[in-house]
Design a protein around this ligand. Sequence first.
Ligand code: AMP
Ligand code: MG
Length: 390
Amino acid sequence: MISVAEALEQLFALAEPLGSEEVPLARANGRVLTAPVTALRDQPPFPASAMDGYAVIGDEVRPGARFTVTGEAAAGRAFAGSVAPGEAVRIFTGAPVPPGATRVVIQEDVTREGATITLSDRLDSATHIRGAGIDFTRGQTIPAPRRLRPAEIALAASMNAGSLTVARRPRVALISTGDELVLPGDRPGPDQIVASNTFGLAALLEANGAEARILPIARDTVESLTTTFDLAMDADLIVTIGGASVGDHDLVGPVARDLGMEQSFYKVAMRPGKPLMAGRLRGVPMIGLPGNPVSAMVCGHVFLLPVIDAMQGLPAVPRPLLETTLAADIGANGPRAHYMRARLTPEGITPFESQDSALLSILGAADALLVRPPEAPAAKPGTTVSYLPL
Ligand code: AMP
Ligand code: MG
């Protein structure tokens, strides 16, 4: 049995970064930027007013000072002239500040009568002008690689990028195995259950930039599994679920090996998720996840997400753990790393009473996995512990 860290290293060795593609900016959120975005212009491109008011020469601003209004500047419509001593230009937010003006007096500090304005007794000291290029200048970049968030989409738009270079989405084929499984919405027989893992994993993968494809459920026969593997061969990553233990009906390992799978490892020192398998099947990386629903999802968080990140050109590293304080007593851990479903509160983290790997309801109620290293001693409330946010 190998450690979680070793298993992840071996998975990274199986998964090479995929190529890149151009996508329209509006489709780029959540994708991994693989080439830097370079600003094609300064922003703002001109000194711009930050407020509605009057543009004047800053040195002339004092309580009671009077100016003659000579024109108007609005967003998208600059004033054609400049500002001379004793003059003011009516200006609105986003408008170019006319040459000569060095300050905008906000309209709340001004009384206007006809073409004359008088400044009030109480003036603020700000110029209310945004200098050209204070946000970014031409040539400035958004560095790559990075996963694009809405803020970076807005920044790239402002830089005038119409399309972005992003990693191709990894195509992940998801195979459920088991005679007991039916699809959600079907009519399960009296001895059947509904396949949940493929759907949870597809959602997890899709939310992290992959393109998940749920294949037909493979039955516990060599023929059915073989046919289903055939359907998966155009994927960038094959993920099987269940059938990975050593029971009479656990055929994933034997069938994959018959089809030529070169196995990297089998079994990881973790809980839940021990019977994890990985290898390369006719050139395609393959991961065999355990069937218990929580085990499959925990392995999705711990292994699949870093792997598909690496396939998208992000650094090949484990997901970073966060730290908080323990809010309950916990016992000593055994030889396997334990990923405990837990709840985060202002007091810290509390693992759920039951950690049965079949209980999705508890995974649904959890917002973190408390990570207990192998052989971690018993711990008291107040101890600093690590967790993976869900
Ligand atoms: P296995 O590894 O095939 O022995 O499966 C372990 C347990 O997980 C069994 O109780 C299966 O019924 C269950 N299981 C396997 N695959 C799925 C799935 N796709 N969705 C929900 N439960 C599953
Ligand atoms: Mg099974």
